[in-house]
Design a protein around this ligand. Structure first.
Ligand SMILES: Cc1cc2nc3c(=O)[nH]c(=O)nc-3n(C[C@H](O)[C@H](O)[C@H](O)COP(=O)(O)O)c2cc1C
Length: 319
């Protein structure tokens, strides 16, 4: 079975602009799962959110939208809107570990409550005209929570299950628990997708070698530190160090131009671009002083000057 590569959802990063730009410049992904929609009910939908939900928001890379609501009526109504826009699948987030979600009972907060997961699905599934998939973690605090939730999922018509094998309490610390993923795989009758810490060929092969029935593997942070990764995994072609720097420069340039056209004012633009530097810095290795300058920039000229200088340094280091 060929394993598909999917862009993982990263809130604030992998929106339509990023998905489209990455697909145009690098390619390698078969599709993406979008970050969860911030609206939890149709009445909260704003025009910018609707724009993001359009398949045309990233025409070069098909995506599945994700919802995080716990209200079956809201989920079903949002799913209807997504179906009308041409989506074939909608994903339910049972994975988000952030207190902003869990304090409201959303995301990973549902994992210790399998009966609520069951009631939600039993209310929503009969109303769905498109497939429903689930993205989850091992548990909120206890990795054993997965067992009861998996039992609920196993007996319902779920399109696929995406599992990031950490608890929410772990956030991103430690390593993904592949043994627990293996145990889940034996109990999951639905197509299973792996998500977590795929950052290079070795980590990709460790997972795909061990779990040969995987339908897809997701890559999130790994593609932000190495945008060539999905293409490299597909073709075996490894970019040179200078192609790598040029690639990240081109990605930054295109993202900057597109967000400048989309966002209102320099503060929003600089804030958005700073989110990318959390990851780009690993590949570009800016001098700490220059990174600080970039981080503190309030005016676009200062930000652009710092970026120029950081990439000049990176190219100069290559000789
Ligand atoms: C900043 C950040 C935002 C994320 N946002 C989402 C999200 O909106 N929906 C979701 O299901 N997962 C989200 N995730 C989890 C990722 O999709 C992924 O499962 C996790 O980062 C592990 O995969 P990775 O090591 O390939 O990044 C987020 C992760 C990070 C670090």
């Amino acid at each position: 079975m060929t394993i598909a590569l999917e862009m993982a959802p990263i809130q604030g990063i992998t929106d339509g602009i990023f998905r489209q730009t990455h697909a145009e410049l690098f390619g390698g992904f078969d599709r993406a799962l979008a970050p969860f929609l911030k609206a939890t009910s149709p009445k909260q939908l704003r025009p910018a959110m609707l724009l993001e939900l359009e398949p045309a928001s990233s025409p070069a890379l098909a995506f599945v939208p994700q919802l995080i609501t716990t209200d079956p009526g809201d989920f079903a109504a949002l799913a209807t809107i997504l179906a009308e826009r041409g989506h074939q699948e909608v994903n339910w987030n049972l994975a988000c570990p952030q207190p902003t979600a869990t304090k409201k009972g959303r995301g990973a907060a549902l994992l210790p409550q399998p009966e609520r997961v069951a009631a939600f699905l039993d209310s929503v599934l009969p109303r769905m005209s498109i497939g429903l998939s689930v993205k989850m973690r091992l548990g909120l605090e206890d990795p054993c929570e997965l067992d009861a939730v998996m039992e609920v999922l196993a007996t319902r018509p779920i399109k696929r299950v995406i599992l990031h094998p950490r608890t929410a309490a772990q956030l991103y610390s430690g390593t993904p628990d592949l043994d627990r993923f293996a145990a889940a795989a034996t109990r999951c009758p639905h197509p299973l997708v792996y998500s977590g810490d795929i950052v290079d060929r070795a980590s990709f092969e460790e997972v795909t070698g061990r779990f040969q029935n995987l339908r897809a593997v997701m890559i999130g942070r790994g593609v932000l530190t190495d945008p060539f990764l999905p293409r490299q995994l597909k073709t075996g072609q490894c970019p040179t160090a200078s192609e790598r720097i040029d690639g990240i420069f081109a990605l930054h340039k295109k993202l900057f131009e597109r967000y400048r056209d989309r966002l209102a004012g320099p503060a929003h633009l600089i804030h958005r671009m700073n989110g990318f530097w959390d990851y780009f810095q690993e590949a570009v290795q800016p001098h700490p002083k220059k990174l600080k300058q970039l981080r503190k920039a309030k005016r676009l000229e200062v930000y652009e000057g710092a970026v120029q200088s950081i990439f000049e340094d990176a190219r100069a280091r290559l000789g």
